[in-house]
Design a binder for this molecule. Structure first.
Ligand code: SAH
Ligand code: SF4
Length: 347
């Protein structure tokens, strides 16, 4: 099984034509699938027989295995089975002024960041472009269930769920193309942010392929010695190479990058690390997003207490760095996915 969201419009039209459907049918089904985010059952303008045929031959491919809510229903975390096999998490977050979905790019992750729950499980599978896009379509549907205090319109997409987007580049770029297709889902690229552990060459290709898409880079350390330990891909793309790639991305896109930093008690929340981070952030004109580490089973250290966070912030601010401390959404439902999703949007 796969998902209908992997098909292009022409491929869908070919399938429907082969079934003897009139030419207008493809546009009708396409619009329902992408613009409305409708499931086949919801397509009241399509005959029962065709809906059954579509369900069997071209499944939507999004099965909700489990769903939890927090923040009085404004945070909704779903365990989704995509394409009949890949199990991932997606988190929908409703705020007063916007709704953001945090999507996964892989089932698991091979990057091995020590403090990350996804890293601790290793890589199971890459998701297809359609499976990634299908999560956003699910979110558009799900947005209708949010409390009346939030807008009923999905505003932002962040790639901060499971997986490393630039380690599944072809499919992630494919998903970006699908999501920003004006004849389809029609999301503005400026409302999409890719978060990466720092695959330097991929950052360059992102700038060329999708210059409007936002970039967040997970630093977590500002010396190679510490970053090698926390974020193993640093051994391949050390800080100097990473900074160079982000600087090039910035000149190509004319956008402000984000630096993500999970504050870990007495590990990376020291004055020394803040002092090393400040000049990098300044040179990149980056916005620094701090978040206290969310504890995970496989990593013994906890998030920084408020006093240490304050000191860290003060060092950065005195150096003229743009910095925000974010809260974790849905901590009580263990929304490990999307922990930094607050950070990259809505500024
Ligand atoms: N692989 C990409 C995107 C997914 S992770 C990346 O690493 O950027 C999304 C964000 O959550 C990253 O900034 C990641 O470092 C952060 N993160 C992972 N585990 C965390 C934890 N236990 N507490 C807080 N943030 C965490
Ligand atoms: Fe993968 Fe990102 Fe987790 Fe690192 S932080 S293991 S890159 S998902």
């Amino acid at each position: 099984m796969s998902t209908v969201y992997d098909l292009s419009f022409d491929e869908l039209a070919e399938r429907l034509a082969a079934w003897g459907e009139p030419a207008f049918r493809a546009r009708q089904v396409w619009t329902q699938l992408w613009k409305r985010g409708a499931t086949y059952e919801e397509m009241s303008d399509v005959s029962q027989a065709l809906r059954e045929r579509l369900t069997a031959a071209l499944p939507i491919g999004v099965e909700v295995l489990d769903e939890r809510t927090a923040d009085r229903g404004a945070t909704r975390k779903a365990l989704l089975k995509l394409g009949g096999t890949h199990v991932i998490e997606a988190v929908l977050m409703g705020y007063r002024d916007r709704v953001t979905v945090c999507v996964s790019s892989q089932a698991g992750c091979a990057m091995g960041c020590t403090f990350c729950a996804t890293g601790q499980m290793g890589l199971r599978n890459n998701l297809t472009a359609g499976e990634i896009a299908a999560q956003v379509v699910w979110a558009r549907r799900e947005t209708r269930k949010l409390p009346a205090t939030t807008p009923q319109r999905l505003g932002n997409v962040v790639f901060m769920g499971m997986g490393e987007p630039l380690a599944n580049e072809r499919h992630v770029f494919g998903a970006l193309a699908k999501l920003t297709d004006r004849g389809g889902f029609g999301m503005g690229a400026r409302h999409v942010t890719v978060s990466t552990v720092g695959i330097a060459p991929g950052i360059g290709r992102l700038a060329s392929a999708h210059p409007q898409v936002g970039l967040a880079v997970s630093f977590h350390a500002a010396s190679d010695e510490l970053r090698d330990q926390l974020v193993p891909p640093n051994r391949r793309f050390p800080l100097a190479a990473l900074e160079e790639a982000i600087a090039a991305w910035r000149s190509a896109t004319r956008r402000r990058p984000s630096i993500e930093w999970a504050l870990i008690d007495h590990v990376n929340d020291t004055v020394e690390q803040a002092e090393l981070l400040a000049p990098i952030a300044r040179r990149l004109h980056a916005h620094v997003n701090l978040i206290p580490l969310n504890p995970t089973p496989g990593y013994p250290v906890v998030g920084s207490p408020p006093a240490r966070i304050r000191t860290f912030v003060t060092v950065l601010e005195r150096a003229g760095v743009n910095v925000t401390v974010r809260d974790t959404r849905g901590r009580d439902i263990d929304a490990a996915c999307g922990q930094l999703a607050l950070a990259a949007v809505g500024r």
